[in-house]
Write a protein that binds this ligand. Structure first.
Ligand code: MG
Ligand code: ZN
Length: 267
């Protein structure tokens, strides 16, 4: 089978992160919507009729109409606090001995919000890829949002974003492109839309639901009815999750503390 092997096969580990309520301790869309006066929120019937993205597009139009600048929106996102310990967790994984972890984000937020927050926290370089809905400010300062993709066959996921498909596609692409084999995939998330990728994990992988949030509750209440092959590590903070992951992989132990910032976020 391996007779025509040209590139040496590399074994690595992949950690995929949700963003809202996993890395940052809030929902980025809610935080930005809350810039509007409460009596000027768009009607929630838009969500039911046209979906969340159309609702957020209406939020962005209203913010624009009220002269909220791109900088005001960016500043609001920058100031969202991390889930305690996540900045340290991300840096530790990125700087792990043997450099064996690849990090990705798979999120239903958007490119503007995620990049803004990661830049503010010096984390952009930690990630191999960021999969989320594309967004951009036009010349007039209005924020435009597009779906990541359009899918209808996964019923666990929204039409604009199936995290399970994205994860599978990334793993297959790494395998084909540079013969990288992920010996272990770790998925960290909190919400309903994180169930699809968690069910794609195999034996030996690790699902890491945020304790007492939707994904965790779903796993607990439906575990014997669902085909969940991965181990489960529940966590309340990044500190706790790091401790548990380091218990399984000594490469994550703090042997090189001088290089690792122990500061938490400034905001
Ligand atoms: Mg989330
Ligand atoms: Zn899906």
């Amino acid at each position: 089978m391996d007779s025509c092997k040209m590139i040496p096969r590399v074994s690595r580990r992949l950690v995929a992160f949700d963003f809202d309520c996993t890395v940052v301790d809030a929902n980025t869309d809610d935080v930005v919507r809350d810039l509007l006066p409460a009596d000027n929120f768009p009607s929630e019937t838009i969500i039911h009729k046209e979906g969340w993205q159309e609702y957020m597009s209406e939020v962005f139009r209203r913010l624009h109409k009220l002269s909220f600048s791109p900088q005001t929106i960016r500043d609001k996102v920058r100031c969202i606090p991390e889930v305690p310990g996540f900045v340290r967790l991300l840096k530790r994984l990125h700087q792990a001995q043997e450099n064996k972890y690849d990090l990705v984000i798979i999120s239903d937020s958007n490119t503007i919000f995620i990049n803004e927050w990661l830049e503010a926290h010096g984390l952009v370089n930690c990630f191999e890829s960021i999969f989320t809905n594309p967004a951009h400010f036009d010349n007039d300062g209005l924020l435009h949002l597009q779906p990541y993709h359009h899918q209808t066959d996964c019923k666990l996921s929204a039409a604009n974003l199936c995290k399970g498909k994205i994860l599978e596609h990334f793993v297959a692409k790494r395998n084909l492109r540079d013969n990288t084999h992920y010996e272990c995939i770790i998925y960290v998330g909190d919400g309903h839309n994180d169930l699809c990728p968690v069910l794609k994990l195999r034996q030996g992988d690790i699902a890491c639901p945020r304790q007492d949030f939707a994904l965790d509750k779903k796993i607990i209440s439906h575990r014997n009815k669902m085909d969940l092959r991965a181990d489960v590590i529940r966590w309340k903070s990044g500190f706790e999750l790091l401790k548990q992951l380091a218990g399984r992989d000594p490469a994550l132990n703090d042997t090189d503390a001088g290089n690792i910032s122990t500061e938490t976020t400034k905001q």
